[in-house]
Design a protein around this ligand. Sequence first.
Ligand code: FAQ
Length: 328
Amino acid sequence: MYGGGYIPEEEKRKQQHMEEDPAKLAEFEARIDNGEKIEPHDWMPAEYRKQLIRMIEQHAHSEIIGSLPEGTWITRAPSFKRKMALIAKVQDEIGHGQLLYNAAETLGKSREQMMQDLLTGKSKYSNVFNYPAKTWADVAVIGFLIDAAAIVNQVANSKGSYGPYSRALERICYEESFHLKQGHDAFVALATGTESQRAMLQDAVNRWYRPIIHFFGPSDKDSVHTGKLMRWKVKMMTNDAMRNQFLSSYVPKVWELGLSFPDPKLHKDDNGEWHFSDPNWDEFYQVIKGNGPCNAERLAVRSWVETQHKWIREALFNPNAKYTLPLS
Ligand code: FAQ
């Protein structure tokens, strides 16, 4: 009656799948339903591969770019102990990037291409790392609340269907849990410190609140990929469910320390659901499109590193290179 202008979602899904061998697709989906892991050499629909590459690659980029805001504080950490912990944490984040790039490579995209797509702005990375870490309190907020948010997301994703990604995430989650402890320790130290330390922390919490709400992605009704990714068990929780779990676990911890969030509407209802003011999704879309406060700086640093270290990659990948072992 409406000239085919409206195609139900279910129908669209079927049409898309028509391009795949229906028997193989059915077998693949049965494996997913059974909770089996899909491995690199297994048959998978082209769309599953494409979505995984997109997501794992974005995640890998987030780890290496994510080390930059905290990394700038290594030289300014307030004590030797804090400096040591921060160096180790930043190193871990880079290691997470390695694991994730490896996982994405198993799907057929080369690391060089991923790096190229990061530097040209074709691939995204997490919105939160496009904000500045202005004070030491920012490091505490990142270590506590951003790591906590990342853990909520990654624990869910680690139960997902793609073997290499879920195994990488299991290891990453162990390390992130330790990061969370160091972040919490730094956070509590400031929260229970002097008036100016508390004020510095409150200022950082105020600045990070909105980016953290954005961290889990747009609300479910606006999420583009959630439906497909949940059906194939790449994503195990929706954006809103993850956001709600994070708020339930961590807002009370911040309130207990006598700090607040800059949102008078933030509260949990009797059904356990959190409500908050409109977090200005326009800002989120601007940031992930490359127009956040630090996007240009983050990519410039990454680009500088790529250029500086080019000779190392070339030396390592040169099949004709002869190496001399040191004698002592
Ligand atoms: N930032 O349809 P949806 C960390 C994009 S690791 C930027 O809902 P989806 C460790 C999305 O890509 C943090 N872009 O997307 C650490 C899509 O655009 P596209 C990273 C975002 O995939 C801690 C569009 O919006 N974690 O923090 C964001 O179903 C401390 C529509 O969205 C991961 O990457 C965002 N926040 O759900 C390091 C985990 N949210 O691609 C250092 C893996 C959405 O169509 C210090 N990823 N977009 O152009 C995921 O779980 C999912 O991709 C979501 C988004 C949940 C992030």
